[in-house]
Design a protein around this ligand. Structure first.
Ligand SMILES: Nc1ncnc2c1ncn2[C@@H]1O[C@H](COP(=O)(O)OP(=O)(O)OP(=O)(O)O)[C@@H](O)[C@H]1O
Length: 610
């Protein structure tokens, strides 16, 4: 970067040497009637200076590209890794578009500014200062006039920078909102289409785009006003200087060469003076970018391991799980509105415990406390008798695996998706065996029949799959971790009852010895669990076997009946629309673009959307 600045400065000084050569040509060569060789020499000097300037410009570009791209790369990696370490509470609070724009467009702008804007700002300032010095040498009084004309600009520059910084920040934030809107519309395109809200989506997008446009116009106007003043004041001063200069030439105080050099230098300064406004605007925008970057970079990761974590190795974990007086409140929830309260529960190693409760009772939240996706706000979660907050985070997360109802698949092959959390030390044969076991257990054998088998690309950039197919791959991913504690957050909701039962039974066989917490809605799944915990408004109100609770607890009977009827409603509705997932029968809507490529499962979209 330093070399870039030095070469930029050298190019500028080379350009400024031209008027001095001009002065010499006018005063000594032309007026003095010099010999042909001197004239030729003058030509060679002018050409050499031109070449030198071009060479310096080339060097400036090459010297600055690499460091600027390096800074962008470094900041991007650091920010991304920081985002990975920030807790879910942070991601809950931040819009995706704001993070997207900070990692992409903002840093891209910063690279361009470092590689060009900053250098040019520096060069322009050096050129202007050096030019004024040279003008002083050529015609002192005239440069004083010029300088006085430029003096008010100092105040204007300061005010402009502050205002431009504010407006740049606004436009960057608005661009972030626009990115969030695009992201949501793309992700929610099915819902938008299904509900016929395309026009509303467009209207909402147009409103945001219009806000961005208005801010950009305001930015442009501010820049234009400043640019014109920046040019006008020195030009006015130059007009006065020309008048005074002509009088001084007439009375012999300034030579014709001196006056020519003065004006040639002033002409050279016109470019940098005009560009100064733009460069200052860019500098103000770069400061706004850095502020936006720092807002994220300065966020402290709150879910961290202690400096000296307790000894715990995932492979040796036993799988005992306990909750002791656990309470939890989401960051944005008001004081006193805990999602979980006073949870005390012991899950024995190898036990399968079903968590049952009406919607919003806190089942998912409870599961997420185990791998520390959130930390309990009171009480303790213990794994193998140790507070999870005292354990090495990576080992804790290697000992647990989670499958969510909303199955997220990454762009990559089936193999890559399923083996995402598997032990990286496994040999190829072991990995293949594990892959097969996980897929078969999760009833995801259909993946072998995909166009390229397990190498078929799925996820956002690949083949689209039905809700049920995605869920089964996500479940296989959790199984492939071979966790000591498996957390299943209703990951089979898109499957039909028979398949869910089959998968649950296989899971019990394959994961014998694995402690499992499963959020379930169906009697069949709940009945397969060793015990059931009933969650009501964030509290555990009953624990026991399904049979005993059905017999003894009216609240449990009520919740189960409620969940069952809810389920039946969903299935009935899905049956009517012909869109429920029924293993073994292909009945995809012919009007809908078929994405399961003749595979056995139908889309589970309707039940998902509901
Ligand atoms: N990220 C979040 N930020 C703030 N509040 C949340 C967040 N996630 C969930 N909640 C709130 O916490 C409560 C419990 O949610 P949770 O998802 O744990 O319930 P649940 O029993 O799993 O529900 P369901 O059966 O519908 O999945 C709800 O009132 C919900 O609005």
């Amino acid at each position: 970067m330093l070399f870039g600045m030095l070469t930029a400065m050298a190019a500028t000084l080379t350009a400024l040497a031209m008027p001095q050569v001009l002065s010499w040509l006018v005063n000594d060569v032309i007026a003095g009637g010099a010999a042909m060789t001197v004239v030729l020499l003058a030509g060679v000097i002018v050409a050499a200076l031109g070449l030198l300037e071009a060479a310096f410009l080339y060097l400036r570009r090459t010297f600055t590209i690499e460091p600027a791209a390096g800074v962008e790369y470094g900041m991007r990696i650091r920010l991304f890794s920081h985002l990975q370490r920030l807790p879910l509470a942070f991601h809950d609070a931040w819009e995706s578009g704001q993070l997207l724009s900070r990692t992409m467009t903002d840093l891209n702008f910063l690279r361009r500014w470092l590689g060009f804007g900053l250098i040019m700002l520096f060069t322009d300032v050096v050129t202007i200062v050096a030019g004024i010095v040279l003008m002083w040498g050529s015609a002192g009084i005239l440069s004083l006039i010029y300088f006085c004309g430029a003096l008010p600009l100092v105040v204007m520059v300061w005010q402009f920078s502050l205002r431009f910084q504010r407006i740049s920040r606004l436009s960057q934030d608005q661009a972030g909102d626009l990115a969030t809107n695009v992201e949501q519309s793309v992700h929610g395109i099915r819902v938008i289409k299904a509900f016929g809200r395309a026009d509303d989506a467009l209207e909402q997008y147009s409103e945001l785009a219009d806000t961005v446009r208005n801010t950009e116009v305001r930015k442009g106007r501010l820049s234009a006003t400043f640019d014109s003043l920046l040019l006008l004041l020195p030009e006015l001063a130059l007009g006065v200087a020309l008048l005074v200069g002509l009088f001084h030439v007439a009375d012999g105080q300034i030579t014709v060469g001196g006056l020519s050099a003065f004006f040639a230098t002033a002409m050279i300064l016109t470019g940098p003076v005009t560009m100064l406004g733009q460069q200052l605007g860019n500098a103000a925008a770069a400061i706004a970018v850095l502020n936006r970057h720092d807002e994220v970079a300065n966020e402290k990761p709150t879910i961290v391991e202690p400096e000296h974590p307790a000894p715990f190795i995932a492979a040796d974990a036993k799988g005992d799980l306990s909750f002791r007086g656990v309470a939890f409140r989401y960051q944005d929830a008001p004081e006193g509105s805990e999602t979980l309260r006073d949870i005390t529960l012991d899950v024995r190693r190898g036990e399968t415990l079903a968590i049952v409760g009406v919607t919003g009772s806190g089942k998912s939240t409870l599961l997420q406390l185990v791998p520390r996706l959130y930390d309990a706000t009171a009480g303790t979660v213990l794994v193998d008798g140790q507070d999870v907050r005292a354990l090495p985070l990576a080992q804790l997360r290697a000992a647990t695996a989670m499958a969510f109802e909303d199955a997220t698949l990454f762009s990559g092959s089936v193999r890559e998706n399923v083996l995402l959390g598997a032990d990286p030390e496994l040999s190829d044969t072991e990995a293949e065996a594990l892959l097969d076991l996980a897929l078969r257990t999760a009833d995801a054998g259909f993946t072998y029949d995909l166009p390229e088998g397990l190498d078929t690309r799925i996820g956002e950039q690949g083949l689209s799959l039905s809700g049920g197919q995605r869920q089964r791959i996500a479940l296989a991913r959790a199984i492939a971790v071979r966790p000591k504690i498996l957390l299943l957050d209703d990951p089979l909701s898109a499957l039909d009852t028979a398949t869910e039962e089959r998968v649950t039974e296989r899971l019990r066989e394959v994961l014998r010895g694995t402690t499992t917490l499963v959020v379930a809605h169906r009697t069949s799944t709940v009945a397969l669990a060793d015990r059931v915990a009933l969650l009501d408004d964030g509290r555990i109100v009953a624990v026991g076997t399904h049979a005993s609770l059905m017999q003894s607890d009216p609240r449990y009977r009520f919740v189960m009946a409620d969940l069952q009827s809810e389920r039946l409603d969903v299935e009935r509705l899905a049956d009517q629309t012909g869109a429920i997932e029924i293993t073994g029968i292909s009945a995809a809507d012919p009007g809908e673009e078929s994405t399961n490529h003749g595979k056995r499962d139908l889309r589970g979209g309707a039940s998902n959307d509901l």
